[in-house]
Design a binder for this molecule. Sequence first.
Ligand code: ZN
Length: 204
Amino acid sequence: MSLESNRTLGGVGAILLAIPFLNLIGIILVLIAMKGMAEYYNDDDIFKNALYGFIFGIVGVVALVVVIFMAIVGLAVVSPVVTPFAGLGLLIIAFVCMYIFSLIAAIFYKNSLNILSEKSGEHMFDTAGLILLIGAIIPLIGEVLKFIAWILVAVGFFGIKTSTQMPAPTPAVSTSEEKKFCQHCGAQLQVNAAFCQKCGKKIG
Ligand SMILES: [Zn+2]
């Protein structure tokens, strides 16, 4: 895929990542874009770090889901007197696990974004990585920061300069339409003119 496709994919993915329930689709698009970026900038660490971030993020969520499931099943099966406390304990452990995993995930995402920032020259990725990490450190309120961080990642992706976007160099005047100027008065001459129309002098 071209740099431009990956740029668009990453930008759209990062926006989806900021939206609840669409974030899984978003992260997959971002990962594909990061793979492309890693190839384009010839640095595998861009993709590897993003992939590790993804894995840790998923593990954290899966752990939470499993524990909640266990707590519900436990509540239904075992004695209803003991389980609410056991369930609450499990839930706290699950949230702590998810917090730690999402923190590790953020560190990996930040690494990936830092390398991408350095390679692409788009420093919005640096800012986004930092905000993402701070968001992961602060529970609950941090979710807002994470949202902002992914929007900034999108801004970063769309800000990457691709060669096709660079202003085309003004085309050199083609030889057939080459303009001539009189060497005596500077007036523009007609093509193949032998004498200057303005000053009448012979053209050298
Ligand atoms: Zn002239």
